[in-house]
Each structure stands twice: as structure tokens, then as C-alpha cells.
Design a binder for this molecule. Structure first.
Ligand SMILES: *Cc1c(COP(=O)(O)O)cnc(C)c1O
Length: 391
């Protein structure tokens, strides 16, 4: 089976009950992704509602301070709802609408994807139900309230560690049990085909804009594009337009949590093994018995045990390289960007900033780096203050 494969990774590892809904989704995706009316409608949602194109900002202070490569920030934090997630949810919600479906279900960890899905459901006049681990519901009460504010129903998941990975299982089970009027809106470039390709296609707007904005600003392509990697959607969206450009280096930043030599990290490529879960073959953080291991990161958005299959392939072929950033490095980068540029990044995005802080000084001044700021850090301010003992 080569469908939805990236080298040996990806595929469509699904139970019998999902064969029909997944086949229907695949057909709709293939029909609409190149449909001129669909593209036009989605483009209008991006520009009128999400606020695209997002700014490509020349970070002069950071560039001067680090003393190496010239640094640009791709400001996905400026999008409506505060992250890149809106690119994917608007695309998939519009696709669901075209399919005549009126009910969206979604999984969420920290609640960011749940909020974005609830937002898109409201906009397009659909119902929304979100599956969320009980542990996360308690930790992220504000996002639970935001989802409810948009009229979404939040289901508590108590299985396993009651976090994101269990919420994915619960959402897939709910999709299996549901009727044809339910669309599963997956939040990252993971899961069975067509999700990894479809989510990538909706996030690829990030890299296409970077290309155009960089050509306008510098008259050439960047030397490196860098993004944080949870499931990998903002990273593959950043990379995709440049995969065929061998002069552009692609760097993904995973969460090393308390260190790769501990069990408290979420670095699937740097410290995981190939396995099959959540409908796909890719790298996962696993326990000795070959099950999914509990993962940890200070950043809830990177706290997922797997990684999108296209990243696994980019890693194995050497086209992209992946580095791991610890909590401490990410928190320092969170504070650094706030102080040097007056921009508070999401703690997820701070993992990519942290790598730039280490990497840029090693490059000559005529090199250009673009780093994607996947989201804004308002949601993280309280926990960062607590991390520093200031609350
Ligand atoms: C969800 C999230 C991520 C991680 O998801 P990817 O699919 O890896 O992009 C990163 N940054 C922010 C701000 C997020 O909300």
C-alpha cells in the first residue's frame, strides 16, 4: 500500500469501522484541494477572518544581539485565535461544509486546537464537540471556558493518563461510532492518510508566504527555515514550499523537556522508535513493551508522543534535521524574545527561538534564517511566572 506514504512512513492503519468515513474524506479532499472555488473561498477566510498574510518581520535587535545570521520571524502569532492552528481548522471546516456535514469533533491537549475548532464551527454555523483529557481540563480551565463560550461541548476523557494521546483515541473512537454527519477535525499533520497531507496542504500557506515575502525583502530565498515540532503541522507548513530547494536548510525543534537522558521529554525523532499508533507509521516515544510512553514538555502543544510521518521521512532521507530543546532553554528563549523584540512567543514557538539563539551566532552575517513563531504567549505568561517563582 503506497497511499499516503512518505517513504515507509504514514499510511492508513485504521479499523474496519473507519474505512468508509476515511474513504469519503479522502475523496472530498482530492476533489476540493485543487478546486478553484474552494481555494478562493478559503483564501477569503484567510484574509478576511484569520488576518493573513501574517507578517514576515526582520528582527533587527535579535540579529544585532546574536551577531551572526540575519533573522526574520514569521508571525503566525498574529493570526486570529493566536496561532497557526486557524489555517488548518478553517480549511477542514470548510471542507466539512462542502461535504454537507454539520457536526465537527476534535481532540485537544492544551485546548488550543479545541478553541480554534470551536471558533471555525461558530463561523461556519456548525456544531462542535471536543474530546479532552480530564487532566488537561483541570490544567487548562480557561481554554475549556473559551470553547464553551463558542458553544462547543467538551467531553472529559479519563482513560490512560487522561491527556492528549488519550483524547486522540477517544476522538477516533467517537468518529468510529458516529454517523455520516460527523467530521473529525484532526489538529496536526498526524493520523491516517489523508490527514498528514491535508493538514500540510492547509498549513503550506506559511511557507508560500515566506517565499514571496522573502523575495520581496531580500530578492532571494532564506538559507534556513526553522520551526517547532509537536505533531509537526506548523513545521511542515513552513518547510513544504522549500523541500525542493536544496539550498534551503530545514530544521525542526522537538521538546527535550527535562532532557533526552530522562523519561520526561516528547522528542519522537530525537529519542523515539518506529511504531504504528493513531493510524500511522512513524516515530513515537515508546516504553520498553513497545507501547506509547507518557510524554512530557513544559509546552502542552508539543506534548505528543508521535510526529507527523512526513517529518519522519524528511529525517530519514536527511532532507531536514531535527534538534531537541529543553524546558530551560525554551523558557530562556521566551524571556529573550520578550526583552529583545517586545514579542512574547508561545512556549511551543520558544523552542524554535531557543535553537536560533544557539545557531545564528555560528553563521556569517550574509546568511538568512526564518523562524516561525507558531503562536503568541499570552496563554503561557502565568505558568512562566510560576516557573520563575514570581507568582
Ligand atoms: C499546537 C501548537 C503547536 C504544536 O503543533 P504542531 O502541529 O507541531 O505545529 C506549536 N505551537 C503552537 C502555538 C501551538 O498551539
Amino acid at each position: 500500500m503506497t497511499k499516503g506514504k512518505f517513504g515507509k512512513f504514514g499510511g492508513q492503519h485504521i479499523p474496519e469501522a473507519l474505512k468508509a468515513p476515511v474513504a469519503k474524506l479522502e475523496a472530498a479532499y482530492e476533489k476540493y484541494i485543487n478546486d478553484a472555488d474552494f481555494i478562493k473561498e478559503l483564501g477569503e477566510l484567510y484574509s478576511q477572518y484569520a488576518g493573513r498574510p501574517s507578517v514576515l518581520y526582520h528582527a533587527r535587535n535579535m540579529t544585532a544581539d546574536l551577531g551572526g545570521a540575519k533573522i526574520y520571524l514569521k508571525r503566525e502569532d498574529l493570526n486570529h485565535t493566536g496561532s497557526h492552528k486557524i489555517n488548518n481548522v478553517l480549511g477542514q471546516a470548510l471542507l466539512a461544509k462542502k461535504m454537507g456535514i454539520k457536526r465537527l469533533i476534535a481532540e485537544t491537549g492544551a485546548g488550543q486546537h479545541g478553541v480554534a475548532t470551536a471558533t471555525a464551527a461558530t463561523l461556519l454555523g456548525m456544531e462542535c464537540e471536543v474530546y479532552m483529557g480530564q487532566e488537561d481540563i483541570e490544567r487548562q480551565a480557561l481554554n475549556v471556558y473559551r470553547m464553551k463560550l463558542h458553544g462547543a461541548k467538551v467531553h472529559s476523557v479519563t482513560a490512560g493518563t487522561a491527556t492528549l494521546s488519550d483524547a486522540v483515541d477517544a476522538a477516533i473512537a467517537a468518529w468510529c461510532a458516529s454517523d455520516a454527519d460527523t467530521y473529525y477535525l484532526l489538529g496536526s499533520a498526524v493520523g491516517p492518510h489523508p490527514f498528514p497531507s491535508m493538514v500540510r496542504d492547509f498549513q503550506a500557506i506559511i511557507g508560500r508566504e515566506i517565499r514571496a515575502q522573502m523575495l520581496a525583502a531580500e530578492g532571494r530565498l532564506p538559507d534556513s527555515v526553522i520551526a517547532c515540532v509537536g505533531g509537526g503541522s506548523n513545521a511542515i507548513g513552513t518547510f513544504y514550499d522549500f523541500i525542493g530547494e536544496q539550498s534551503v536548510e530545514l530544521v525542526g525543534c522537538e521538546a527535550a523537556g527535562k532532557g533526552l537522558n530522562t523519561t520526561e521529554h516528547a522528542a519522537a525523532i530525537s529519542n523515539g522508535r518506529v511504531g504504528i499508533f493513531h493510524g500511522m507509521e512513524t516515530y513515537f516515544v515508546q516504553d520498553d513493551a513497545g507501547g506509547l510512553a507518557p510524554v512530557y514538555s513544559i509546552s502542552a502543544g508539543l506534548d505528543y508522543p508521535g510526529v507527523g510521518p512526513e517529518h519522519a521521512h524528511l529525517h530519514d532521507t536527511g532532507r531536514a534535521r531535527f534538534v531537541a530543546i529543553t524546558d530551560d532553554e525554551a523558557v530562556a528563549a521566551f524571556e529573550y524574545l520578550a526583552r529583545t523584540e517586545g514579542i512574547i512567543p508561545a512556549i511551543e514557538s520558544a523552542h524554535a527561538i531557543a535553537y536560533v539563539i544557539k545557531y545564528a551566532p555560528s553563521l556569517p552575517k550574509d546568511k538568512i534564517i526564518v523562524v516561525t513563531v507558531s503562536g503568541r504567549g499570552d496563554k503561557d505568561v502565568e505558568s512562566m511566572a510560576r516557573y520563575r517563582g514570581q507568582l
